[in-house]
Structure formats: C-alpha cells, structure tokens
Write a new protein. Structure first.
Length: 611
RNA sequence: GCCGGCGUAGCUCAAUGGUAGAGCAACCGCCUUGUAAGUGGUAGGUUAUGGGUUCGAUUCCCAUCGUCGGCUCCA
C-alpha cells in the first residue's frame, strides 16, 4: 500500500480521492468566458490609453484580472467607463481568432509591448509559459485576435464575443500588483472583474460579496465589541475585549479538555529565549527576517519567540526518554510574535502577535502512521465542534532542497496520504511544496459562504530532532532518534476567531456566545422578578443580562437582537404571576411562555449539544 | 515594504478655502410599555499627527502614523 502511494506521489498522478476541481474549471466554458472578458477589457483600456502597456490577464476563481502599465492611476469612474465600453465591444460580435506565429513575428507584432516581449523571450527559451510560469515543455507561440486587440495568449477562448453575456460582467476594483509578483520589478495596475454566464449568477455573486462585506470580522467585531487594535499599542496587535475574551475562554476551555482527554500534556513556555537557542534551532539562519530585534539582558541577547518548537524540544530533552514513554504529545497555546510587513496586516486574520494552538508529538518510527491518523482525526473532530463540516486537504511533499534521508520522507508522505485516503478527505498534492524539514498536510475548512480558510497544519520535522539531538532509549538499549510532528489545529486563536466571526456572522452558537440570555421586563414593576430569574440562571452557569432601562420592550428586543443574544426572555404581568418567562429566539422564533426551569433545561441542553 | 484610496463626535456619515453638522449611542427628564427604534432636553470635536502655502486650511501641498483594496508572504 505504502509503496503504491509513494509511487503515486513521485509520479504526481492525481488519482483516487484527489480532487481535480482546478482542471475541471480550466476546461470549462466559464473559464473561457472569463479569460475572453479579460481580453475585451484590455481592448477597452488600450482604446483609452493607446500608449498603455499590457502585461498578463488570466481568469481566476470567480473572475479575471488584467495588469496594465498606464500613464496615470485609474479611478472608480474609469472602471465604469471601461465597463461600458466593454459592453459595446461585446455587442460587436467579434471572433476570437487563434494564430500560431514564429518568435520573430511575435516580437514584431508586440514590438511596443515590453512585457509581451519579455514573455515571448520566455516562451522562446522554452522555460516559461505565457503567464511567465516555469514549464518543462516548449509551447508553440500563439496569439489571439478579437476586435482590434491582439494578445499573446495560449487560450482557450470563446469563439465569439457574443458568447460573453454583457449583462453578466462587472469590474470590481483596481489594485497595485508587481510585474510577475516581484517587488523589485515595476508596479502595475491590476483591474479585477467578474464574469458569469447569466445575469442571475452575477447577481448571486455580487450578493455573496455583499454578504461577505456584512459579516467582515472587523465590522462585526466592532458592532459586538469583540476586539480592537489601537494606534498607540501598535499595528497587528490585538486587544481582546470582554466579549471576545469570553469566546476565547470558551474555545480554550474546550480545547484544553479535549487535549487532556486525548493524551496530551499541557505545557507552558516563555515568551523569549537566548540567541543561542535560536541558533541551535536554526531560526536565526532561516527565519530571522520574521523575528524582532534582540533584547539585551546582562550582555546576553534574547529574542521574542516566533515559534514554540525549541522550547518544546527542551521539555522533551529535560529527561531521558524510553521507547515506552512514546508517543509524547506536548500542547501549548503559545503566543508568538512575527514581523509582518505593514501592508499585509489584516484584522484578526494576519497579525504580528498571535497565539498558536500548538503541539509537538514525539514518536517512534513504527508509531508514526498511527500518530498521523490520530492527529488528523483529532483535528477534524475539533473543527467539527466549532461548526465546520467541509474540509479540503493539501499535501505538500519533498522539495529539492531538504534535510532528512529519502526513506524518512517517503514513509512520512505515505503515512500522510494514507490517512487522507482512509478518512475520505478530498486532497490535492503540492509536489515539492513541503518545507525543507518535512512534508505536511494543511487542512482548509469551508465556511458558511463556501470560502476556504486554512486552519490546521500537520508538519513533519526531520530537522529539529537532529539539531537538538533528541533521542530515546529503544528496546535494544540503544539511543534512537524520535520522529517529530508539529501541529496546530485551529491555527491561531486570532485567525480562528476571525473565521468563526465570519462563519456565524456574529451569531455564535449558544455555548460560545459571550452573552447568552437577555431578560426583558416589560415595565418597571417586572424588574425585580427579572433580576430574581437572572440570579437563578446565572447560578446554573448561564451568561445573563437584564435590560432594566426605561426603553420600551420593542426597543429592548431590537437591542438584544442586534447584540445577537441567542435567547431573549420577555417578562410581563402574566409571566410574573405564573413564575414563567416568554422565550424569543435570535432567529425570530417565538416559543412563548414556559417555566423558568423548562427554559433552563432547554438552554443547558442546547449548550451541551453545542448548537 | 510597494501602488492606489481613505482618516471629521463613542459609532455611521454631512459640510469643501471664510473659524464644523445630523442620526444613533451617552447623560438628565417624561412615558410604564406584550415581540426589531415612545418622547423632550443636555453634553460631546486642537477635523489622525507634524510641517508648509494662504489674510484665512477640515478643505490645497509635503511628511509621519493608522486604515482599506491588492502585490508578496503566511497561523
């Protein structure tokens, strides 16, 4: 089995349960439409700026873009003008005509287009394709003509612009993008657009964008008072407010319980360590650009930690380990700090200080397949508990430059793939995409809007056990090197929180809700009974508030709804007389009056079920 | 870091060379309410920060900080 799998990996043959959505998409009509729309856009842009330089313009997920070098910056008004012109060009019903040309002819045709000339040279020398990506095959040079526009392009395209629905395209935004993604090369202007087969699909897509905007964790985070960042504190450093803090506490409590129940030991390690530690680990060699400047303490340099691993390795090394002790699993919610360039910071999703839900497993080679199985299962179980049920895995294999012997890599890759197949998780192989120290699986979840987020990562490490000279005493009484797996399940508390916020649009399941119950007395005379009920519910462990303001009931309900309280309990004369509460749910559902005990039982049950 | 946009009251936004305004929130009243906004009043601003142009700058220019859309990178 393992040999077969290894062969699979070597040949990069994507069979079995491996997904090939990308290939399907690339051969679809929609892909052609988008790619062709990009050409139409380029034609419209060149009409506006006859001296403009065009770079590349591929179809991407949900749309397309095209990069231009233009004499001035584009404005939103320009986008509207361009879009309108595109619609006219589409109506002209131009054919897309493909021609194969010699390199000389191509160079002559694009003699004023410096980026195209560079691409042609890449094609000519046979190591770059027409998007400038490395390739092994020397592809023929093809051009596509449509209207007055000619582009160096491999295609495929629609046959005629009439196959593009002018009612189903929209230009979205302009952004800067480096030529070939290289920051040392010119900055171009990229126009993003979207294109669909029908007007309705466009509408759906725009609705989805709008919905994503509405549930943006930065917006919801402000509305629900979950977190903030602050000028004076610094970029990319998150302040967790009481509401966010309560959610994090619930997440961490569950996380701790699950880890303890599943054979982990919880450990705690410091926020910094001496320079020599990071030299031993190699971080000062290959990770220094992400680390902050050292702190001088009594003639010694210390670094704030960007990772937890070196500390965990020292916990392992703190005593002699027997093969009987393994596997060992050390877990820590470890807070790390990494330098990120200011332009990449983004809400909770990309920050400079964050807490990884980290762990390191140490095991014997023979335990490795089981250990991977366990880890992936545990990871999926954990994510399911938070309401994520769709997963996509990415398996990254041995890159050219790597440490560790061939057999270790083969075994590890096979174990990873084997587990993915056994668990029926769709996956893609990123051949050669692993870190130099070991292969890995990255798990992405799909959220309520179908967007993918990378959370879990399970990585082999053949490097650190070597560098720290880890060993255990085997059955044979000799020293052996353990395998080490580094894993994070939620990824980081910050990013996971951001994903959770967007997944639930702030309407967290009851067990996570920072506020669970709002009591709504209708008039002042109901206030004291409301406080009595609140005290009882609090005693049972619920997170309860009473709105005893002078607002009317309608306003109280509105406020509680906006704050996403899962339960609102209205209390008036009838309830007070009967010792009841009238339940209204966040969903708008209105089960009505019930005894306090009945409500309590209902709430505790839903909390236990994590719904 | 780079390209482009933005930064006005706690929040959402007006005002555009002539010394800043609304709604919500807050606070003080009145109302005592039955499933998403009852009502009157009060207070709240060195218009991100620092420089420049100008008789005069929130408005124009420069720099810094922050932020947004991307590039690159990643938990």
């Amino acid at each position: 089995m393992q040999r077969a799998l290894s062969k699979n990996l070597t040949n990069n043959r994507h069979g079995g349960r491996m997904s090939n959505k990308k290939e399907d998409y690339k051969s679809s009509q929609l892909y052609r439409i988008r790619h062709s729309t990009a050409h139409v856009m380029a034609e419209a842009v060149l009409e506006m700026f006859p001296d403009g330089q065009v770079a590349i313009g591929p179809a991407i997920d949900d749309g397309f873009y095209y990069d231009f070098d233009l004499p001035r910056s584009l404005t939103p008004d320009d986008l509207e003008t361009i879009e309108n012109r595109m619609k006219e060009l589409i109506k002209a019903k131009s054919d897309f005509v493909c021609e194969e040309v010699s390199a000389e002819d191509a160079k002559d045709l694009f003699k004023d287009q410096v980026y195209k000339l560079e691409l042609i040279e890449g094609l000519e020398s046979g190591n770059l394709d027409d998007d400038g990506n490395p390739t092994d095959e020397k592809a023929p040079i093809t051009i596509y003509r449509s209207g007055k526009f000619v582009d160096l392009c491999r295609g495929p395209h629609v046959e005629n612009t009439s196959q593009i629905n002018g009612q189903a395209i929209k230009l979205l935004n302009v952004a800067g993008a480096y030529w070939r993604g290289d920051e040392h090369r010119p900055m171009l202007q990229r126009i993003y657009g979207t294109a669909w087969e029908s007007k309705d699909e466009l509408k759906d897509h725009l609705w989805k964008l709008e919905e994503a905007r509405k549930r943006d964790h930065r917006k919801v985070g402000k509305e629900l008072d979950l977190f903030s960042s602050n000028d004076e504190v610094g970029q990319g450093l998150i302040l967790w407010h009481p509401n966010g803090g309560m959610i994090r506490h619930q997440i961490e409590r569950y996380w701790d319980d699950q880890h303890i129940a599943n054979g982990y030991d919880l450990i705690y390690t410091p926020h910094m360590g001496k320079a020599s530690l990071w030299e031993t680990s190699g971080h000062l060699g290959f990770y220094k650009e992400n680390m902050y400047s050292p702190i001088q303490i009594e003639d010694q340099e210390y670094y704030i930690k960007p990772m937890n691993c070196p500390f965990h390795l020292h916990v392992y090394k703190s005593q002699l380990r027997s093969y009987r002790d393994l596997p060992l699993r050390f877990a820590e919610k470890g807070t790390v700090y990494r330098y990120e360039r200011s332009g990449v910071l983004h809400g909770l999703m990309r920050v400079r200080g964050f807490t990884q839900d980290d762990a390191h497993h140490f095991c014997r080679p023979d335990q490795m397949p089981d250990e991977i199985d366990f880890t992936l299962n545990f990871s999926i179980d954990m994510l399911r508990a938070f309401g994520f049920n769709e997963f996509q895995a990415y398996l990254s294999t041995k890159p050219e430059k790597s440490v560790g012997d061939e057999k270790m890599w083969r075994d590890a890759e096979a174990a990873l793939e084997d587990t993915l197949i056994r668990m029926g998780i769709p996956y893609e192989v990123d051949a050669g995409g692993g870190a130099f120290y070991g292969p890995k699986i990255d798990l992405k979840i799909k959220d309520a809007l179908g967007r993918e987020w990378q959370l879990s990562t399970i990585q082999f490490d053949f490097n650190l056990p070597e560098r720290f000279d880890l060993s255990y005493i085997g059955e044979d009484g000799k020293e052996h090197r353990p395998y080490m797996v580094h894993r994070a399940l939620l990824g980081s508390m910050e990013r996971f929180f951001g994903v959770l916020i967007e997944h639930y649009a702030g309407a967290f399941p009851v067990w996570l809700s920072p506020k669970q119950v709002m009591l709504i007395p209708i008039a002042d005379r109901h206030n004291s009974y409301a406080h009595e009920v609140a005290a009882k519910l609090k005693k049972a462990g619920l997170r309860v508030s009473v709105d005893d303001s002078s607002d009317r009931m309608n306003a109280k309900i509105r406020n509680a709804q906006k704050q996403k309280y899962p339960y609102m309990l209205v209390i008036g004369d009838r309830e007070m007389e009967e010792g009841q509460v009238a339940l209204r749910r966040r969903s708008g559902e209105n089960p009505g009056a019930m005894s306090v005990d009945a409500f309590l039982a209902l709430a505790l049950d839903e909390i236990a079920q994590k719904i």
